[in-house]
Every structure is written in C-alpha cells, then in structure tokens.
Design a protein around this ligand. Structure first.
Ligand SMILES: Nc1ncnc2c1ncn2[C@@H]1O[C@H](COP(=O)(O)OP(=O)(O)OP(=O)(O)O)[C@@H](O)[C@H]1O
Length: 644
C-alpha cells in the first residue's frame, strides 16, 4: 500500500491528542520534530505506515509511545545507527530533541519510565520480541529497538560470527610462516602474528592505520594459504574485493607490488590473484535493486575472500556478503578501524574491533600463536577476552611514516583525541604538515591558493598527456572539504574553482564539458557498469571528440561521451566521506568557519590519512580543538553481543 499521500495523518493524530487533552502544554508533534530536523520526511512516512498497520492490527492503547519510539528509530537509522537504545536517549539525546518535551509526550501516553516504555512496546502489534521474532515493523531486544530488517541484518552477522567461533583451528605450517618472515625483530612482529592468526581461522580481521603493512601482511597470508594447499594438491579459489572502484584499483596495485617481493616460488605467486573487484560486482549487483545475484541460495564460487577498506562497508552490505559466503570459505577483512564509518548505517569494523586496543587473546590462543610464530605472546593472554578477540589483529607500526613525519604524528595525535598534541604538531616546523588559519573576518575560501595544487594537472592537460598519465597527475593532489553546503562546502568550492580556472584561461567555458573537467559519479550506473564514487576525466579522443575517461579495475580506461553520464559532480574538491579508500600525495583539508556536528576526530583522521607526502589543514584552532574531542558513536547490538 502506498502511504505517501497520507502525510497529514500523523498531524491529525497530534490534533486528536490535543483534542483529547487540551490542557496539555507540550503535545507530541511530529511536525514540530520535522521542522527542527529531528525527523526526515521519510521518517514521517514510516510512522504513517505504522499507524496504518496499527489500524489493521489490534487497537493500540498507547499509540503515541509506540509512534514516538518508531519515529526515533527511523530517524536514528538515518543518522547511521542500527538501532535506538531507549535507555540511552536520556544520556545522549539526539540534536533537536528537548528531553522535557519528550518526557511530557511519553507521560501523556501513560509511559513514565524506560521499562514502562519497553512494556508498551512489547505489547504492541507493531513490535516483535527479539526472543521469538515474528515479522512486524520493529523488534525490541532489551532496551534496543530496531526496524525489523536491520535487526535481521545484525542477526545474520552475529549468527555467522558465532558459527565461526566454534570451528576448530586450521593447521598452520610454522616453517613456511618462518620463511615468509625471515627477520627476527626485538619487539613482537604483529604482522607475523596476524598471518598465524588469520591462517588458523575461517574469519579474521586485520586492522591498522596507513602504511602499517596490511597489504604486505595479507599477501603473505595468501601466500601461506596457497603454498599449504599446493602441498595438499588443491587449488585455492581466491577473490579480492573492496567497497569502491578506487579502493579495488589500489588493492590490485598494492597486492601486485607486495607479491613481487615474496620469498616463494613462482607457482605460489601465480596462484595469488591481483585483480580486485568492487563488492557490488563480486556479488553480482542488480543495479538499483537491493538483492544480489549471489546469496545463500547461490553462493560465491571461492575458498578465500579478502575484503579491503572494510570501514566503508555498512551493515546491510556486510550481511549480504556473509549471506553469499560458501559455508567452508574463509573471510579476511582488512581496514582501519579508526576511519570514518560507512556512509550508510552501521560501523561494522568499528564494532568488531571495539576492544582491540586493550584486549588481546585468550591465554590458550596466545600460547598457540606463540608456538606458531616463535614470538612471546604470553603477556598478551587475557582470560576474559571474548571469542571475537581471537579473530582480530591490530597492526600498530607505520612503515610509511618515519618517526619525524608530521603526517604520522598528526594522525596519531588526532586518533588519540589529544587536541594539545594536534595543535603542537600543526605549529611545529614539519615539512610535510602545514596549518592555514583563517584571517580575521574571513568568510570565503582562499581559492587562488587552494587551486595552486592543480598547476601540474593543468599543464598535463595542456600537453594533452595520455589519459593514464593524466590520471596519475590528477591523483597527486586533492582538496577535501568537511561539509557539503556553505562557503566552505564541496559544492561552492568546486564552483569557485571552476570559475577561477576559467578566469585563468584554463577552462574555456565552465558551463559545458571542457578538456580537464574532473567528475565523480554520484550513483551506480547499470548500463555503463560504473559505480558511485568512480572518477572520470574529460579529454578528447583521437577524433577530437570529448570523452570522459574512467579507470577500470584492471587499470585500463573507458572513454564515454559526456551525454551518457547522468548523475555526477565536479571533483576538484571532494568531501572527506567520498575520499575514503583513496590516497593522494598532497591533501588540503578545508574546514568550515562555524561548528558543525560532522566535525569529528574520525573525519579529521580520515582526511589526514589520505595524504602520503604533504597535508595542509585549513581551519581555526577552536574548531580543530572541538573536532579532536568529538567522537562518532553509532548504536548497534554488535558491541554488546560480541564484547560484553
Ligand atoms: N615489516 C615491514 N618492514 C619494512 N617495511 C614494511 C613492512 N611492512 C610493510 N612495509 C612497507 O611499508 C609500506 C606500506 O605497506 P603496505 O602497503 O602493506 O601497508 P598498508 O597498511 O596496506 O598501507 P595503506 O595505508 O596504503 O593501505 C610498503 O612500502 C611496504 O613495503
């Protein structure tokens, strides 16, 4: 049934409530919440569906209390949470919600405590209990309320993980492991431990910051698995994947580099694939539909699946990936747990590795790993470590940034939420870190200075370099913004950059396609086989027709007529969110002038760690300080279920 024409329904419910109790001073009002931005139009529509369901089901006694919970549940999902914890709202109310108003609205519905609220929900025909789930719009698990589908996604992931915890460890060839790690260091070699750990298990996570050797480690892991299976006369089917085309291309490049340095035979090297695909492609995207070709009924044909940049993978995608895994296959997840979580709901990598900083392995597991690696891991045994801990290894040493690297230090300080150290680093004389504070009264971005980073690119465009070279030059520099809207938002900055390039004669007309125009797709495109986030550069083909060139995962380029592209945006600047999975030699991160809830330490950390050689931060000390201490928190049941 289509409820989109019933937008007034809930307001009439509001009005009815007012009629029933005209003396109430703070009636529950969906429209007020919507105008404050607490609810989106889609959340209201959802409540209307609930109201319709309730009409069709039993009569609801405490309608408002159920609708309020439903509205919040939907709004929280829009903000990236998998569920809403009804007990937690009172400590951390969402922006725009007046707790007194909420309390009054609930009291009017006869609800005076969190437990009373849960009781009302338990008796509602709209809510299923987590203990015996039936298909109803919402599911209540303790004080956590989910939309039905998201509860199912979470359960799928949990059921899979708990199943993996009971699988007996696989045999690992310690001699082969030693061949792969010939050098003995004084400190524990966590890369070796990660390989021993992941080789022992059907499911593993290797997390680490930039340059900590995730690809190096996982290539050795694949080599070990391949070499072991060759001895057994088996051929392993290995697939590599990442959430975006760009991240898949990077994985392909780094695996092929890391393979070259392996101290093993060519047979082994040849059996390790280099070609990574996007998760959508791997699962057989039905573009536009949420179902994939591969699922439980039609699982992937593989023995080992390695997924990189897992911080970008949202809960629904993780559930679908797990659904498509054949029962005996291994899943290896790589990523940086401290980066921004996925754009859509959930923070799966963050939740899986929640306690990884303090908790290591169960003592008997530490002993097993010590035996395999020759490292002394006894100090890292912890009797209270939950089963998930054995699936995780954290790589802590960055080989990309030396001790004097400003970028490395800044990333560490940001990650630790240490604003003093962040500002100290920005003020020191590191050659690779620059801090640009706004002028007194500055209201616009300094486009001329920001645009300088593209001088090499425009020179390459002028020389009509071949597309591969041009792409490489373009990828050296990137302006990142924290926000989309406003003077310092990505839209305005891109428009101003195009205007600036026009004034400098680099662009003939910014309103049409021109050589050098750089765009990013904002939607998957079935017909073209391109994905949201793919970057295209406009250049003439051999007949002087302008085409937009996209790099394919195998490194080749496809040129499309501009008219074939429908949803895209200019990408001389991109948001930090969109930059995940990419790295650039030089990065300029532009913060807005006024506080914004998106300014968090995860956002700044992600921005900083996109830079390989130099990083410039444009922003005031006040905003940097407050962002450093702001953390993103996303609610789900995974942490409770896996760690507590
Ligand atoms: N144990 C090590 N000793 C010395 N150098 C290493 C070691 N491990 C990795 N490196 C080097 O550090 C660099 C980064 O390694 P790698 O690409 O594996 O890291 P990563 O964590 O995958 O990086 P990214 O942040 O790009 O994802 C590479 O040049 C690699 O050769």
């Amino acid at each position: 049934m289509d409820f989109s024409n019933q937008l007034g329904l809930l307001d009439s419910l509001d009005e009815k409530a007012r009629e029933e109790n005209p003396s109430a001073t703070t009636p529950f009002s969906l429209s007020a919440w919507q105008s404050k931005g607490v609810l989106r139009a889609i959340d209201r529509q959802w409540i209307e569906q609930l109201a319709q369901h309730a009409k069709e089901g039993n009569s609801e006694v405490n309608k408002s209390a159920v609708y309020i919970a439903g509205a919040l549940c939907s709004a929280y999902l829009g903000a990236g949470h998998i569920c809403i914890d009804l007990a937690n709202i009172w400590q951390r109310p969402p922006e725009g919600i007046d707790l007194e108003e909420l309390r009054a609205a609930l009291e009017k519905s006869g609800v005076k405590s969190v437990s009373a609220w849960c009781q009302v929900l338990q008796t509602s025909c709209l809510v299923s209990s987590a203990d015996s789930v039936v298909e109803r719009p919402m599911v209540l698990a303790g004080t956590r309320l989910y939309l039905y589908r998201y509860f199912q996604y979470e359960q799928q992931v949990l059921t899979y993980l708990k199943g993996q915890f009971t699988v007996a460890p696989f045999a690992v060839d310690a001699a082969l492991l030693a061949t792969l790690f010939p050098n003995k260091a004084d400190a524990v070699d966590w890369q070796k431990v990660a390989v021993a750990n992941a080789a022992s298990l059907p499911f593993s996570v290797i997390s680490g910051g930039p340059g900590t050797g995730k690809t190096t480690t996982v290539t050795r892991l694949l080599a070990l698995l391949v070499a072991q299976s060759l001895v057994e006369g088996k051929v392993l089917r290995i697939e590599l994947a990442a959430p975006t085309g760009k991240a898949a291309a990077r994985l392909t490049e780094s695996i092929s580099k890391a393979k070259a340095g392996l101290p093993l035979s060519d047979d082994v090297k040849l059996a390790i694939p280099e070609q990574a695909s996007t998760l959508h492609r791997l699962l057989g995207s039905d573009f536009g539909r949420s179902r994939f070709k591969h699922n439980k009924a039609n699982p992937l044909h593989l023995d080992v699946l390695l997924v990189d940049e897992v911080s970008m993978v949202d809960l629904p995608m993780m559930a679908k990936l797990i659904d498509a895994m054949p029962p005996q296959a291994r899943l290896i997840l790589l990523g940086d747990k401290d980066q921004l979580a996925s754009v859509e709901a959930g923070s799966v990598l963050g939740d899986l590795s929640y306690g990884i900083e303090e908790v290591y392995f169960q003592p008997e597991w530490a002993e097993r790993l010590s035996r395999l690696t020759g490292e002394n891991l006894a100090p890292f045994g912890n009797a209270s470590a939950p089963p998930i801990s054995r699936a995780l290894t954290l790589l802590r040493t960055s080989y990309r940034f030396d001790a004097n690297s400003g970028i490395g230090y800044l990333a560490k300080a940001m990650n630790a939420g240490d604003s003093q150290a962040v500002l100290r680093c920005l003020q020191s004389n590191n050659t690779d870190v620059e801090w640009r504070t706004p002028e007194e009264g500055q209201t616009k971005a300094d486009i001329a200075t920001l645009a300088k980073g593209y001088d090499d690119y425009w020179e390459a465009v002028r020389q009509n370099l071949d597309i591969a070279k041009l792409y490489e030059v373009f990828s050296r520099y990137q302006i990142l913004t924290a926000v989309r809207q406003g003077e310092f938002g990505v839209e305005k900055v891109n428009a101003q950059l195009e205007q600036y390039f026009y004034q400098r004669g680099r662009v003939k007309d910014p309103h049409v396609w021109y050589p050098g125009k750089a765009v990013m797709l904002t939607r998957n495109d079935a017909a073209l086989g391109l994905f949201n986030g793919d970057i295209g550069l406009c250049m003439p083909d051999e007949f002087q027709r302008l085409r937009v060139w996209f790099m394919q995962p195998d490194g080749s380029f496809t040129g499309l007529l501009p008219s074939r592209l429908s949803e895209f945006e200019v990408v001389f600047a991109m948001t930090v969110h969109k930059s995940q999975g990419s790295e650039f030699d030089h990065v300029a991160l532009l913060l807005p002038m006024t506080p914004s809830p998106v300014l968090t330490k995860e956002l700044l950390y992600t921005g900083i760690t996109r830079a390989k050689r130099s990083f410039a931060l444009w922003g005031s000390s006040g905003l940097i300080r407050s962002a450093t201490s702001a953390r993103i928190e996303r609610y789900s049941g995974l942490i409770d279920e896996l760690w507590h």
